[in-house]
Design a protein around this ligand. Sequence first.
Ligand code: HDE
Length: 702
Amino acid sequence: MASGDAKHEQLDGVRADADDTELTTQQGVRIDHTDDSLQAGERGPTLLEDFHFREKVTHFDHERIPERVVHARGAGAYGHFQPYDGWLADYTAAKFLTDPEVSTPLFVRFSTVAGSRGSADTVRDVRGFATKFYTEQGNYDLVGNNFPVFFIQDGIKFPDFVHAVKPEPHNEIPQAASAHDTLWDFVSLQPETLHTIMWLMSDRAIPRSYRMMQGFGVHTFRLVNAQGKGTFVKFHWKPVLGSHSLVWDECQKIAGADADFNRRDLWDAIEGGRFPEWELGVQLVEESDEFAFDFDLLDATKIIPEEQVPVRPVGKMVLDRNPDNFFAETEQIAFHTANVVPGIDFTNDPLLQARNFSYLDTQLIRLGGPNFAQIPINRPVAEVSTNQRDGYGQQRIHRGTTSYTPNTLGGGCPAIADSEVFKHYQARVDGDKIRRRSESFSDHFSQPTLFWNSMARWEKEHIVEAFRFELGKVGDQGVRERVLGELNHIDHDLAAAVAHGIGLEAPAGSTENHGRSSPALSQANSPTESVETRKVAVLVADGVDAPAVQQLRRELSELGAVAEVLGAGHDGKVRSADGSEVDVDVAARTAMSVVYDAVFVPGGAESARTLAADGHAVHFVAEAYKHHKTIAASDEGVDVVRQAGVAERARELAERDGFAADGGVVLGASTGGSLPERFVEEFAAALGRHREWDRDTSSVPA
Ligand code: HDE
């Protein structure tokens, strides 16, 4: 039985530590001097015989490999998956999905799509969500995204789409951004992109955290049970912390303040022992119901609404270990949609069929040859025995004289397996050789409309703003107009609102909105009360009310949130009102509100005076408010909120009643040297709601 540690036991054999070692060459020759090359005389030329210099520099020259052509920017972690029970065994022979005793080791890589390896995390983009399960029956890769749909229906369009969205070829601008002419030119001419474009313009494209986003297998796959019966399946990952997003203004600022925002968040959560978790769920469709929908199950631009086919829980994934070496693990991991195990099979989705070609092909150039499956991160924990030989980077010493089937000289080995083998699902295929899109793929508007109709008011506003931003960066008027024409087929109000923002007339006429919605599509319906791992900034200066800081910090940390003390003026320590010292975690000037979920300004007359006179601190509060975050202040700390010119109603209420918890703003006075119980309660409740979306922040100048 594979244990959750089977992969790590395997990797321990190649993990290398420099502790207690001495410098050598690659050949193991010990070296006592690596600062000067071997020269002919003190000022003379370097000698060819300096093998240490040549080896060192040659290796350096070859350190880089091609970045992924898409999804170049990513971050990964190890974990494991365990099914809750065995109900799925009726549908699949895949043991890792059906045996609750089996914990399967895995590695997940999250990514953005369009940007280069060094691009910022918080760009507007799809996020990759690729999982390699090291199962007892071989590696299974679920190479999904955080959207349930894709931009194109047939893989032959993938190079066109990617060329359109990537930086433009003449000047390689813009980096990691879809807001440019070529992408929108393509979109305006290719209506099949529209459903995924709606997702891209929505908050789903700017997740707060990899730990707070859903994952989807996208395609309809096929489960096959022990009797060979097939069932269509869509895979879903649901984050235990709920699905939450940033706001666009914040994203752009974070790209400068902390380009590694999502990567760091994942790393820190795992280092801090707050392991991210997702539930794996499936939507199942009997083969007899293949044509029961008003779209084609093979069309990857369509979802099956969850209200129509519920997502049934299968098991849980926990990520609990960071990689030791980014390159060796996160960069060299090689996913492939065709890495399947018995019990999971493909459908004729033309996008999936193309991927089954592309992923193997791309690893050959990226990882330099056909032996990439032997790279430690890619090695299965299942036994491997093939007749494939040689090639660049061969790691194995295959013994014996035979590497062919059949043979007698090698005792007939590797023998043909006779149990738990992968058998391709048997299906009759019959047809003319044609190059034509199926008629059943031709409805490009109903589901974008479904998505639009399902959004909360604020989600719709964000979508309109996103379209205005993106099209506002498009120089070509024809492209802008054509996109508006397409939006008009989705919803006239949407098209008109976008048109208004980019100075164009609303397109005339429109397709009638069908009025249907799917509540599961809205993030407003994915709340969690949890404050786990939320980051709270506590703004302090000399003279701060130390007990308030300690209390909030302690009580939040008991709930799993992380409070960081930001010192105005300096870091190190600040002197508190009672003469004690408060440790500062971060100098306020090195931090921006955008990397926190909430802000607390404690009292202490001197501290509050300093903060209210400090433009950075005042802006910090105003900006957090603008981004709909939880704001709290106690005693004189309220003066800083007043100085920021925000939360007027809460301030009035606090003045009248001595306490206010209004629209994500908590204000109050300490009593008997501590914050009242409800202060922290209300603070945590607001933080757990993620953002106060109903707050109108349009006039806040931050
Ligand atoms: Fe990919 N995709 N893709 N893709 N994709 C790659 O493989 C490709 C598609 C996805 O973290 C590449 O190893 C084609 C859909 C993820 O390493 C490449 C088509 C979905 C990752 C490739 C698609 C994805 C990739 C680039 C259209 C969501 C990152 C480097 C037919 C279901 C995996 C590599 C990682 C990576 C090709 C469409 C997800 C070139 C041809 C749909 C998460 O093989």
